[in-house]
Design a protein around this ligand. Sequence first.
Ligand SMILES: [Zn+2]
Length: 731
Amino acid sequence: MADIRWPVSRRVLVLFLCVVVGTLWGGLSLYAAPAAQEAIPCRPDLTSPTGLPASPSTTAFTDPCQSPNRPSAQAPNTPTVIRIPFADEDALLPLTGNLDVWEVNRGSGEVVALIYPGQERWLELLGYSWTLDEEKTSAFSRPTARDAAQTGGIPGYACYRTVGETYADMVQLAADKPALAQWIDIGDSYDKVTPGGPAGSDIHALVLTNQNSSAVEKGKFVLIAAIHAREYATAEIAARFAEKLAAGYGVDPDITWLLDYNEIHIIPQANPDGRGMAELGYSWRKNTDRPAACNSAPNNAPYSYGVDLNRNSSFLWGTCGGGCSSADPCSVLYRGASAGSEPEVQAIESYMRTVFADQRGPNIGDAAPVDTNGVFISLHSYGNLVIYSWDFTGSDAPNMAELRRLGRKFGYHNRYSVCNTSNCLYAVDGSTTDFAYGEFGVATYTFEVGTTFFQSCSYFENSIVQQNLDALLYAAKAARRPYQVAAGPDTLSLALSAAHIDIGQPITLTATADDTRYYANGYGVEPSQAIAGARYSIDKPSWEITATHSLSATDGAFNATSEGLRALVDTTGWTPGRHTLFVESQDSAGNWGVPSAGFIAVYGQRGLQLEQSPASADATSGQTVTHTLTLTNTGQQMEQLVAVIRSETWAVEAGQPALTLQPNISATLQITVSVPLSASIGMTNVTVVDITSTYPGLLRTATLQTVVTKEPTSEPGGTPPNIYFPWIYNE
Ligand SMILES: [Zn+2]
């Protein structure tokens, strides 16, 4: 029973209990005072009489009517996971605004929450009932330990890199790809700026983009993870996304254009201090700020210190009063002493201001323009949800239709429910996502990945990683125009009839256009339209150049939501080398979707001149003889040469890496033949060397003869000669 409109007799009884218990707990008789308070005794004050937010307070919460987060002197601090039925939204708010709520199941009218014994009294006072969730309670209690075989990762969870491991790998990634990746220090954690405690940490962003790109306007995508410390899976997804992008550049055509035409900013550990606590096995959510009003030990969680960094943003901080965040410093939802008070939040907000332009007007009802540039995603766990702004209210954001549509594109990949948090979870204020949408107008999302905080590695690898990496890749594709391109069809299965062609030779380009790739898991259906056309552009996406070319429908007519596409590409006049084709599709409502890209290698005139010196060499048995091959690229295109020894009788070193040879450049290859001591005068060795290019169709063969004309006058001493086979560029 949790109806907020209690009968009078019950209301009086609860009021009486609050006064008595509040006094017993050392509190004040707050509820004996104004008659106006009588209407909702022992309930958080959700709004002021004017309808504006209640002013946040950080006074000591000594009254259990006011906040549940008081340790019980009588009971040990052993947590349990319970299921609490709720009748309506009014009954839900006090729970989501005060307790460590893990799940909200609106279908069954039930909340799943972690509670400590001291909180049971608060639930009783408010008239809630609950049942123990034995399975979740025992799973939560399971100790984590690193077994002997585990060499890295969080103890018991080898798939999740620690903060230190994440940072070390990102530093290495940036060092390996300096033209693509930069690891930037964007600020400090609470511990780092606070003397006398733990050392703390920097907050870092990895910036992935081709710094030498000629892009006129790059799309902006910011991804953050683990702002809630215990949400293990999130930081690992962010790190793997970074690694996928870095490894795919120059190899995968889509990843290549994504980094040429976008900036992707990844903050993999947004709350490193708190994450350090969570890596010790604590169910730690907040940072490690120690306000004077709450300084209990970590094993007293959730009566523990810290600020919920996803309630501390400077945008609409504390707006919706008791239901969206807590003013109690011991609450797991503590919003902090003031808007943006935490150094982690300051670092992230300042950084976002350097990335995103402010594209939305100053009023809550101002929509961002349809050509807004920017996507922001904050990775959380858990719940299998894609949540779009607003977070602080159930009212629609001005760009709700566009936000929801892009969310449903993500849903297609990760199969999550796509919803506003007021519909599928609960309203929150001071969230990072509301800051990003509210301040800049960019398309913002919270992904709630997986089914628990300390997710098993097998579930993570099998059911979380790939689905969410696919969704993040789509986010990168949409980052430049998120409110427009999500309405358009996806272009898939791009293929070319050959991987290499000669200049002027036509090539067939095929693809599929599909306008149906939306999913919301029960939260509505996005309409699809018939495909109306498709276009391709050469070497740059359509928005960077004026020339585009049409593709036709393979069945002869554009009239279905999914269509095969075909074009014959004329390569007359192309320059030799690798080219990129960008393909986009349009629906009958006029919406163009995101491009997909493919590579095609085009050969120019080719030529390779080979000189061998000497072709035939005289040798003394027991000695070594060096033959020099000089190779000159006399063609128009770069060649990647590989030398292979095809026949030899004496020891010749082989197996060198390929040599890149630009037009009009020559290089020498030295082949050293070891003549056996036993070889007698007149014996001859023939070494055949094939020089080929990794682009097919080019072969030069050297035939090198070594003839024994002398025998040594004395026994040779020392070690046998080194055999070497180096390429040497001719400068
Ligand atoms: Zn979270």
